[in-house]
Each structure stands twice: as structure tokens, then as C-alpha cells.
Design a protein around this ligand. Structure first.
Ligand SMILES: Cc1ncc(COP(=O)(O)O)c(C=O)c1O
Length: 373
């Protein structure tokens, strides 16, 4: 049987050439390709500022610092997410506060539960567009504005996702954080960026990304500055030129990549539509808007999930799942978040890789049905 990977990156010859050309150029970090990528992202997403960084986690950390999170503050984040957001909040000195998700039909964060967890110390809410499906950031923006709290969007899964009002995911909050990690729709290996309409936030993210230096090497190389000053404690969270070149080369194909994933999601959803014991979170409208980082089904319980996973593995089909944050040793004390833990206890991601054909879709669906029969 042929192996079906959960995810793979398909690069074109022109992607490879773009990276090789950059290597041959002799300028490997913070140069013309970073500038071009940031300008292209500004145009692509209609956000006034784009700042590239070294990862999605770095984007979250700098965005939280950018909106003014300080030691002693609280940051509310959903319990069903990757650890990068809570780690970013802690590195900004804040205490993460976990909120629950809406439920099995829409496992993004629950706005009512966010409201219930706001205290006088709450400085920011991080809305995660889980698996590439839009969270209700319209309602969150209203809530946060009323309470004087910053809204940061974690669009690490959601580059190119649309929200119900047509806006791009990551352009509604005070800052939107994106990942360019290998498994994402625009993966370059490691990388990320922050979008914001706020000039002060953009300036702070840009400064902290590079040691809070008042000029970068590229400015000095071009004679725009001859030395620098340091005005805060910053980081080296810079993206480099080869990765920027790869992102620029892949960006024109982003919509097609998302459409390809969406086609597979629709085919898998329809092949599993009447399968007993298989839940499909979100609905057709959400599928039409989402960016499809992963496709997840919901089994009846963890035992059924393990059975399906073992049956898929026996057929060479990869699958995956991740625990809720409140189920991890480091974060258990921040729970319980029962709906997030319920979903995490029985969800399973099925493959969406570029080598997946129509035959694989029915093969995967058949294995899932047989394992549950
Ligand atoms: C929702 C979400 N946000 C952010 C990140 C962090 O991105 P990166 O891996 O680029 O640091 C991840 C990583 O998996 C993620 O799942």
C-alpha cells in the first residue's frame, strides 16, 4: 500500500530557484526580499503594516508585547490550541488564563466564556482561528473594545481564511499573528509575521524583533545609518532572506493551495457524511471560508479514535491529534475546560497532503468506516 502523509510541502522548481538565487546574492538576512515580502503582505491582506519574524510563536510574543502586555497582566486564550500562545504570554510576563471552546460543532473559543474570565488584570485576548476556521472575532472585538482590552488574533493556522464579514483572518484585531512553519499553507520551514493597522504596535514589533536597535545592518549597508543605539530589551526574531524568497515565490499559489485543501475537505466530508460515529465539526459555510490547515473528524470517544488511528496506520495513512492545553502537565492547573478537553479527547486529523488523490479519499473514508463497524 502507498503511504499517505498527513501533510507534505510541494515546492516548484521556481521556488527552489528563488532560494538559490538568494543564496547566490550574498545577502542572507534582513535585506531586499524581507522588504518585498512585507510590502507584498501589506498589499495582499490590505493591512497597513506587516512585520516578518522567525516563527508564529515569535509573532505572538511580539504582538502581545506590542499591545502593551506587561508582567502581572492576564491574557485569555482558548484551551484548544497549540502551546505557542500560552508560552508567548508567559514570556511577555503575563499569566495565561484558559477559556473554553464553543463545542463539538465549532471548537473555536467561546466569547461568553471569554467574557466570564475577564478580570481587572486582563490585558489581552488571543483569538485562535483553529485549524484555519474563523473564530468569532467580530463579537470579540466589540467585547474587548467595551472592556478596554487588546484583541490579538492567532492566525497561525489561518493564512488566507475569510471571516463571515469577508475580512481576512488576522486583520480584525489589534494585531494578527501568522506562522510560516512547514506544515502551514505557505510554509517556508520556520517563519511568521504580524499584521496590524496600528503604527505604534508595528513599530514596537519591528524594533523588538531585532534587539530594539535603532537601525538594521541593511540600513547601514546602504549608507542610511552608520551606527545604532539600543532602546529596550529586544530579541533576535528575524526572518532571513532565503525564507522570505521562498514565501514570495509561493505566495501567488496560496489561493490555489487553499482551494486544493478545501476540495479534499469537501470530498472527505461527503465521503464520511453518513458514517456512524463520525462527527464533522463546522459546516459548509465555514468550509467555504476556511483556510484548511487540518481536517479533523470527531469520533465518539478516545477508544474509537485510537481504533481508527490504528486502522489508518495499518494502511499506511498518517493521522494526528493534539491534547487540550488544560490536559498538559505544565498547564493542568489552568483548567478544567470541559468542552475543549472533550473535543481534544476524540478528534482526529486526516491527511490533506498534495499527493492525495480521489482514490485516497475513498480509501481513507473506507478505513474509517470499517474501523468503526
Ligand atoms: C494556532 C497556532 N498558532 C501559533 C503557532 C506557532 O507557530 P510556529 O510553529 O511558527 O511558532 C502554532 C504552531 O503549531 C499554532 O498551532
Amino acid at each position: 500500500v502507498s503511504r499517505v502523509a498527513l501533510n507534505e510541502t510541494a515546492l516548484s522548481e521556481s521556488d527552489v530557484t528563488a532560494v538559490l538565487d538568494t543564496l547566490r546574492s550574498g545577502w542572507l538576512t534582513m535585506g531586499p526580499r524581507i522588504q518585498e515580502l512585507e510590502q507584498t503582505l501589506v498589499e495582499r491582506f490590505g493591512a497597513p503594516h506587516a512585520v516578518t519574524v522567525s516563527s508564529g510563536t515569535a509573532a505572538l510574543q511580539l504582538a502581545l508585547l506590542g499591545v502593551g502586555v506587561e508582567p502581572g497582566d492576564e491574557v485569555i486564550l482558548p484551551a484548544l490550541s497549540f502551546v505557542g500562545g500560552v508560552a508567548a504570554a508567559r514570556f511577555a510576563g503575563a499569566e495565561p488564563v484558559l477559556c473554553d471552546v464553543r463545542g463539538a460543532d465549532d471548537p473555536c473559543l467561546d466569547v461568553d466564556d471569554v467574557a466570564a474570565r475577564i478580570t481587572p488584570r486582563t490585558k489581552a485576548v488571543v483569538a485562535v482561528h483553529l485549524l484555519g476556521y474563523g473564530a468569532d472575532v467580530g463579537a470579540l472585538r466589540t467585547l474587548c473594545a467595551e472592556r478596554g482590552i487588546a484583541l490579538v488574533e492567532d492566525a497561525g493556522h489561518a493564512i488566507g481564511a475569510r471571516l463571515t464579514d469577508g475580512a481576512w483572518a488576522g486583520t480584525v484585531g489589534d494585531a494578527g499573528c501568522f506562522s510560516l512553519s512547514a506544515g502551514t499553507q505557505l510554509g517556508v520551514g520556520e517563519g511568521g509575521f504580524v499584521l496590524t493597522a496600528d503604527e505604534a504596535i508595528a513599530g514596537r514589533v519591528r524594533s523588538l524583533r531585532s534587539h530594539a536597535m535603532t537601525s538594521v545592518t541593511w540600513d547601514r549597508h546602504r549608507g542610511h545609518a552608520n551606527t545604532y543605539d539600543i532602546v529596550d530589551i529586544g530579541f533576535n526574531f528575524r526572518l532571513d532572506e532565503p525564507r522570505a524568497a521562498l514565501a514570495l515565490s509561493r505566495l501567488p499559489r496560496l489561493d490555489a493551495e487553499i482551494e486544493r485543501r478545501r476540495g479534499l475537505v469537501r470530498a472527505l466530508r461527503s465521503a464520511l457524511a453518513d458514517a456512524p460515529g463520525v462527527g464533522r465539526p463546522w459546516d459548509d459555510e465555514a468550509v467555504a471560508l476556511g483556510a484548511h490547515h487540518r481536517f479533523a473528524i470527531l469520533l465518539d470517544d478516545a477508544a474509537a479514535r485510537d481504533r481508527v488511528r490504528a486502522a489508518l496506520a495499518a494502511e499506511g495513512v498518517e493521522s494526528g491529534w493534539a491534547p487540550a492545553l488544560s490536559a498538559l502537565r505544565e498547564y493542568r492547573a489552568l483548567g478544567p475546560c470541559p468542552r475543549a478537553e472533550d473535543v481534544a479527547g476524540r478528534w482526529l486529523a486526516l491527511p490533506l497532503g498534495p499527493s492525495l488523490g480521489a482514490g485516497d479519499v475513498s480509501r481513507v473514508a473506507d478505513v474509517v468506516r470499517r474501523a468503526l463497524a
